[in-house]
Design a protein around this ligand. Sequence first.
Ligand SMILES: *[C@@H]1O[C@H](CO)[C@@H](O)[C@H](O)[C@H]1NC(C)=O
Ligand SMILES: *[C@@H]1O[C@H](CO)[C@@H](O)[C@H](O)[C@H]1NC(C)=O
Ligand SMILES: *[C@@H]1O[C@H](CO)[C@@H](O)[C@H](O)[C@H]1NC(C)=O
Ligand SMILES: *[C@@H]1O[C@H](CO)[C@@H](O)[C@H](O)[C@H]1NC(C)=O
Ligand SMILES: *[C@@H]1O[C@H](CO)[C@@H](O)[C@H](O)[C@H]1NC(C)=O
Ligand SMILES: *[C@@H]1O[C@H](CO)[C@@H](O)[C@H](O)[C@H]1NC(C)=O
Length: 673
Amino acid sequence: WTILTMSLLQNETASGFLGCMRDVWLDSRIVVPGLGLRSPAKQLNVKQGCSDWDRCKENPCQNRGRCVKTGWRSFSCECHRPYEGEHCLDEYVAARFGSEDLESYAVFTVEDDPGDSNTVSMFVRTRRSQGLLLVLSNTTSQYLRVWLEDGKVKVQINNFESLLGSETVSDGHFHLITVLVEPESLSLFMSAKSQGRIPIRSVLVQAGDAVYVGGLPDRRASLAFGGYFKGCIQDLRINSRRLQFYPVSVPASSYRLQSLMKVTRGCTGDDSCTNNPCLHGGVCYSMWDDFTCSCPPNTAGQRCEEVRWCELSPCPSSAVCQAHTQGFECLVNVSLRSDSHIITYRGNGKIQRYLGSISMHFRTRQQNATLLHAERDSQFITISIHDGHVVLELQGEKRTSYVYIHSLDLVNDGQWHKADFSMDSPVLQSSRWRIVVDERWEKPSVSFTASGDLDFLREDADIILGGLGPDSEGNFAGCLGLVEIGGLALPHYSEVEMNQPRPQEERFLRTSGTPDFGCWGCNVCEPDPCQNEGVCEDLFDLFKCHCPSDWDGQRCEFTLDDCASNPCVHGACRAISSGYECSCDAGYTGRRCETEVDVCARHKCSNGGTCLRGLKHYSCLCPRSTTGPFCRYPKFPVSFCGNERWNYSCFNGGNCSSVEHNCDCLPGFTGQW
Ligand SMILES: *[C@@H]1O[C@H](CO)[C@@H](O)[C@H](O)[C@H]1NC(C)=O
Ligand SMILES: *[C@@H]1O[C@H](CO)[C@@H](O)[C@H](O)[C@H]1NC(C)=O
Ligand SMILES: *[C@@H]1O[C@H](CO)[C@@H](O)[C@H](O)[C@H]1NC(C)=O
Ligand SMILES: *[C@@H]1O[C@H](CO)[C@@H](O)[C@H](O)[C@H]1NC(C)=O
Ligand SMILES: *[C@@H]1O[C@H](CO)[C@@H](O)[C@H](O)[C@H]1NC(C)=O
Ligand SMILES: *[C@@H]1O[C@H](CO)[C@@H](O)[C@H](O)[C@H]1NC(C)=O
């Protein structure tokens, strides 16, 4: 409350007094409150009393500013940066750097002596992961640098101590970045969150020092710190002093702006859609310094660059579409049955990738057959089944050895199997090869010798599935699924059989042969092989007769009666026309399986292998030149040069010996080849 003694002047245009008065005397008479009946005063919009009125309840502060009551019916706003003014309505004008990729920067001059304890702070908005934000420099050195590295803020003092923030700034949103330089430490904050703190030698900011923002006048010096900044900077301050790019109405003390190079007012982004970056008919929508593509169906990716090929139904109905990054494959199982059923493939001449592996899905009951064969000049590969094991034979480039490996597992049980053939060390020019069956990667069969890769299959080589060639023997009978060489499929469909050609650059093409699509076995139940009302079950190229009781035998041709007395001591009884037959448990023999056997008595260790007795089984100790469960496979010496099917060149007139399979050298020459 204040006591005023005053004279009044009439002023019709002045706005009315807002507040309370009491004990107002005019001459010697009280006029206010003067509410009595005989009061001489005329009153308009005057109320009795003097209640306070919280102005803050009207939420006068905008932009999340905090309202503080400062006395009777008055308030002030504590504004959040970058807002200022009585109601926090004034915003510092943002400066746009690098608009349309121009090289832009601003320079200010420090006009006082802030000393060795300083806070540099600013709002930064960008989508670039690098760029120079700010440099403080005196006549001799650039003693403080702030720039972006991998989307994070990096601060460097005296060309030496530096601190990298932990959070990413380059997300297209505004971030408040604060660098706190104290005499012995440097700290970095994003909003209020600390990004790190390091010890430093102190730096002194003095009047006359220059503040470069967004880049340096020297282009090469800028490039050393990520190049010119592209984005916006707003409300830049050193301590409480502003560095205003564009003045606002609010009076604030700002350092002097020395120059403004190609900086623009506001913070509009570039139109990234001008050269439509969206592929495959995608529609571009501009975002701040960025774009999004609204992609047509069947495409994806930031630029709609990925086509979801399979959604275009490119495969015949019997096939399953498999998408790749560059295209698609139509997967189908095929049946190969007769000699005419070999299929051949060739590379399309554009295969660049390294071919160091083959993978095959197959199903068969054959004991011996050729699955895949290809040759070019002196190089060849054959994948086959020998005695029920899958076998790889390979002769790569001349200076590499012949490779022979067989799987340990049997694969001719009529089930699907997958065999993977690959180089042990694909980086080497020559390496051992390995076979893995049914993805049991921990149990590979590895070759003794080393050979080269399969790059000779890229072009000008016929790759044959199902046999060695047109008039050869030992053709494959069974089903084949996906076959891949170096990850590229051998497509069972030709390009014209598909609804759409495959778009991938690197392709194998089917060049001859028409497979039967789908996997069919032979019709083993027709005519019905089971007698006496046995029911035939088709087990893929193998039948099984389910016999009525009292009947037995592969075709239900025998009665069971003779077995009623359990005549087989250690074995299973089977009725035959002449009585019964015992199939003995391992380790027993005799007509009624009554005698124990010497497991080595009729061993099958071949090639001079020694039989080792076990409890019920035996194993073979193979001579050094053979391997396999029964020593049936040759373990080729390193200098192997040929077999019945293949001869390999010996150099300098040497002959490949038909007995030893080694090179016989002419006098004066030596070595493996
Ligand atoms: C009346 O008030 C107006 C505005 O407040 C002012 O410009 C003017 O000079 C005043 N007149 C007198 C007579 O004081
Ligand atoms: C420039 O700043 C550095 C670091 O604060 C200081 O060592 C140097 O003496 C200053 N040079 C001048 C000319 O002020
Ligand atoms: C091929 O056969 C396998 C095994 O039966 C099956 O899982 C796969 O779906 C078949 N592939 C196609 C394309 O029909
Ligand atoms: C498969 O080949 C082996 C050896 O080459 C031979 O002993 C066996 O009888 C053959 N099997 C068939 C069914 O031809
Ligand atoms: C390879 O050479 C040997 C020895 O000269 C010969 O007996 C054999 O028939 C040859 N094999 C082929 C496939 O030419
Ligand atoms: C290779 O075979 C030819 C013809 O049989 C013979 O003349 C020549 O001496 C043989 N070379 C060697 C090194 O045995």
